[in-house]
Ligand binder design. Structure first.
Ligand SMILES: *[C@@H]1O[C@H](CO)[C@@H](O)[C@H](O)[C@H]1NC(C)=O
Ligand SMILES: *[C@@H]1O[C@H](CO)[C@@H](O)[C@H](O)[C@H]1NC(C)=O
Ligand SMILES: *[C@@H]1O[C@H](CO)[C@@H](O)[C@H](O)[C@H]1NC(C)=O
Ligand SMILES: *[C@@H]1O[C@H](CO)[C@@H](O)[C@H](O)[C@H]1NC(C)=O
Ligand SMILES: *[C@@H]1O[C@H](CO)[C@@H](O)[C@H](O)[C@H]1NC(C)=O
Ligand SMILES: *[C@@H]1O[C@H](CO)[C@@H](O)[C@H](O)[C@H]1NC(C)=O
Length: 464
């Protein structure tokens, strides 16, 4: 069902991440938000008050913190939301991305539902001028729900990264960085068709469970794979089948999803398409937690793969060659996924990815602040895996951009894309664009990764 009225949305997804990290530090959080509210110049549109959901207060989880302190600010305007593939090429006249929801009937027919049973959707902005047959298809971040209870909570989360429903989504969103329709920010791709899928399934667009799970009185649908398939089927009827260029792009959880599904997606497109994969903030090795000595794949990922029925939502080549059952997890770990990418691939990220450090390695420090021997060794192991193992997983035609910071958001916002962190003076935008158009010689931008080189002097330009 298409919507007719339109809203603009100032989204600053990055801030959600730091809020999650500050989950126990309510006071600090309040100070942070108050500061952001105060700093109007920071281009952060905040709802500078708590939302009213007081009864949920006691059971506040990380997700609820995200919800409560949502940075989304909704302003009504009167743009026409119908999809006109030939609108003015002037950037000021290009509308924002419009939400398209699958019709209830189509959702019913394909079984593609968000966690709460609502119809899935995506935001779309048609290409113009030279971009008419070129597509950026973006899967956003938003971690994952690894337990039934976390998935149940997502069904109540209507905004921010990784909602479990499309019921209250804003009708438009603004594309940032590579998805921006602003020529000054995104000079080489601004006129392409832009698609941003809504990540409402909670598990990398990978769940494939026919039954409905009831947990604490709520019906839960684990149908992410069907969502992606339904979206792609819809796009194919709207011009994607005539595409000349496709960039399948994801950040964080979205990048994991992109790596899981790129080979399937490639098969849906004409052979002649220039199909590229761009994965940001997801190339993590699987290391033991420095606290418990256990692996994230075993404690957290494996039970969730089983719960979502996602074992086989990985590259076919990996299932065939490495793990026919999909149950040994080899094909589910980011490094395993990287190994089985057949399309040209660009990987961007940080040596010390902050999410990886918090959740998998569980070393809540940096090369400058880690004191414990096992924490220091864990970080050394991580930097060795990133600098030595990762490049060996890539193909000769692949590119990378790895920066020696402890951060997570690298390409999601304008400031981190064109004016953010640099490796030997090169921004993420330039590294990616040079790789895409085959300009320059080396497309492997690996920062100096030693403890002595930490932090890269530009780390301060990345907000989170
Ligand atoms: C989006 O548009 C529809 C149809 O006009 C409207 O009913 C709905 O309230 C809008 N959504 C939001 C979040 O405002
Ligand atoms: C939106 O644009 C389409 C195509 O140009 C037109 O048919 C439709 O009437 C417009 N709707 C509104 C509400 O202006
Ligand atoms: C698209 O725009 C071009 C250039 O402005 C124009 O010549 C052409 O007729 C338009 N096509 C449609 C279908 O509106
Ligand atoms: C969805 O399908 C079920 C059973 O197949 C049917 O009972 C229900 O009415 C359908 N709902 C819609 C909105 O089509
Ligand atoms: C988890 O990852 C580690 C490191 O890659 C690996 O040794 C171990 O076998 C994995 N566990 C499972 C169940 O696949
Ligand atoms: C670091 O890697 C070495 C070699 O693989 C391993 O023996 C050691 O346990 C790792 N250290 C930590 C803290 O995980």
């Amino acid at each position: 069902m298409q919507s007719d009225s339109v809203e603009t949305l100032e989204d600053v997804p990055a801030i959600i991440y730091i809020m999650k990290r500050l989950k126990t530090k309510r006071k600090l959080l309040k100070i942070l938000v108050a500061t952001m509210c105060f700093l109007g110049a920071a281009q952060v549109a905040f709802r500078c008050q708590k939302t009213s959901n007081q009864d949920e207060e006691k059971s506040a989880s990380r997700l609820e913190v995200v919800q409560k302190w949502s940075p989304f600010h909704v302003i009504r305007n009167q743009l026409n939301s119908s999809l006109v593939a030939n609108s003015s090429a002037d950037r000021d006249e290009r509308p924002q991305m419009q939400l398209r929801l699958l019709s209830t009937h189509a959702a019913n027919q394909t079984g593609a539902f968000c966690l709460d049973g609502s119809a899935p959707g995506y935001y779309f902005q048609p290409g113009v001028a030279a971009g008419l047959r070129k597509w950026v298809i973006y899967l956003p971040g938003g971690e994952a729900c690894f337990t039934l209870e976390a998935c149940r909570k997502r069904t109540l989360q209507t905004k921010g990264l990784g909602p479990g429903t499309t019921r209250k989504l804003a009708n438009t969103t603004k594309g940032h960085a590579l998805r921006s329709a602003d020529k000054t920010i995104n000079p080489e791709f601004w006129d392409w068709n832009m698609v941003e899928a809504v990540y409402c399934d909670g598990f990398f667009f990978s769940g494939d469970r026919a039954d409905v799970v009831v947990h604490s009185g709520r019906r839960l649908y684990f149908r992410g794979k069907r969502i992606l398939h339904a979206i792609v089927a819809d796009l194919l009827t709207r011009g994607l089948a005539q595409a000349t260029d496709v960039i399948f792009h994801g950040f964080s959880a979205g990048a994991v999803a992109v790596l899981r599904h790129a080979s399937w997606f490639r098969e849906q497109l004409p052979l002649t398409v220039n199909f590229r994969v761009f994965a940001a903030s997801a190339a993590f090795p699987m290391l033991r937690s420095v606290r418990t000595g256990r692996f994230f794949n075993e404690t957290t990922l494996f039970p969730a793969v089983i719960m979502h029925h996602a074992a086989r939502s990985v590259p076919k080549a990996c299932l065939q060659e490495a793990d026919p059952s999909g149950l040994t997890l080899k094909c589910h770990e980011p490094f395993g996924l990287l190994q089985y990418q057949s399309a040209p691939l660009f990987v961007a990220g940080y040596v010390y990815d902050a999410w990886m450090l918090d959740n998998s390695l569980e070393a809540r420090c940096t090369p400058k602040t880690c004191r414990g021997a096992s924490e220091r060794e864990g970080l050394k192991n991580l930097s060795r895996e990133i600098s030595e193992t990762l490049p060996g997983l890539l193909k000769p035609q692949d590119g990378m951009f790895i920066v020696n910071c402890k951060k997570h958001f690298i390409i999601t916002e304008h400031n981190t894309w064109t004016a953010g962190v640099t490796v030997q003076g090169v921004t993420a935008a330039k590294a990616f664009t040079d790789w895409f158009y085959g300009r320059g010689n080396s497309h492997r931008h690996m920062d100096c990764v030693t403890f002595q080189c930490y932090p890269n002097p530009t780390c301060t330009k990345a907000r989170l």
